[in-house]
Design a protein around this ligand. Structure first.
Ligand SMILES: [Zn+2]
Length: 267
């Protein structure tokens, strides 16, 4: 069995103090690979040590929380040039994380939308999947995706809404990443999504150290906990954990074009 944490900020505290130990604990629970999305220029630079590691995969983008720092004019153009260069000179599996967020005060949608649009276009140009963050602006995100209909692939990460909304994003070409929220017995909407969304479009993640699980504080979350997400999904769908692991890992491998599982027979 093999599980993949498709979204972990391994370069953030406290995970960054001993990433090798984090990976070892993950492997103990069959979480063999981790996708690490960087979200601003400072975090891009922290990714270099991970670029060379076989079971760690990188992604680069500019998060909507930072949109105010580069809105309009020269700063915006320069950052986009730097992002393109970063993506072209490293070996990323995705462009992200990017998106929209109305629940923060630092930047508004009027600053976030042009940044999202420019990065979606870059993903199309470079033929990369996107890792999308969204809070409070699902309609706006769907409209942005609609503008690139058929050309964008990627994932809506940390999904905690219901299946009707989830299916609209699947129809728009995306996968849905489920995480710690489905491990909470009282979390009705994400658990309904876990039950109803098509399994062939679901991937798993922790978003560590930003999101916790049932009984696990965010700061304690780490890639090993993807195993708990897989167990919750298996219980909700009444399937074996092995089946859930096989399907969701194959989904992630295909979406992000990851190498074949270690020890797997070459196809
Ligand atoms: Zn994230």
């Amino acid at each position: 069995m093999n599980l993949i944490d498709t979204h972990c900020h391994l370069y953030m505290a406290p995970l960054d103090t001993d990433p090798a130990a984090v990976q070892a604990r993950a492997r103990d629970r069959d979480v063999t690979e981790i996708i690490i999305p960087a979200y601003d220029q400072a975090s891009w630079d922290l990714m270099t040590p991970y670029e060379a590691e076989p079971n760690l995969y990188t992604a680069y983008g500019i998060h909507p929380w930072l949109a105010h720092e580069c809105s309009g004019g020269e700063a915006f153009d320069e950052l986009l040039v730097a992002l393109r260069e970063r993506l072209e000179t490293t070996n990323p599996v995705a462009l992200g994380e990017i998106g929209l967020d109305t629940k923060i005060e630092t930047s508004g949608l009027e600053e976030q939308l042009p940044l999202l649009e420019a990065q979606l276009q870059l993903a199309v140009d470079l033929d990369l999947p996107v890792i999308l963050h969204c809070r409070g602006a699902f309609e706006e995100l769907l409209t942005a995706l609609e503008n690139h209909k058929g050309k964008i692939r990627g994932v809506l990460h940390a999904f905690s809404r219901g299946p009707d909304l989830g299916n609209r994003f699947i129809d728009a070409g995306l996968h849905i990443a489920l995480g710690g929220s489905i491990t909470r017995p009282t979390a009705k909407r994400p658990r309904k999504s876990a039950l109803r969304l098509p399994l062939e479009r679901i991937i798993l993640e922790t978003d560590a150290p930003s999101i916790g699980l049932h009984g696990v504080f965010p700061a304690e979350a780490e890639p090993a906990h993807v195993a708990d997400v897989a167990v919750a999904l298996a219980e909700i769908r009444d399937r074996s954990v092995g089946h859930i692991a096989n399907v969701t890992s194959a989904n992630a491998r295909e979406l992000f074009n990851l190498p074949a599982e270690e020890g797997a027979d070459p196809a």
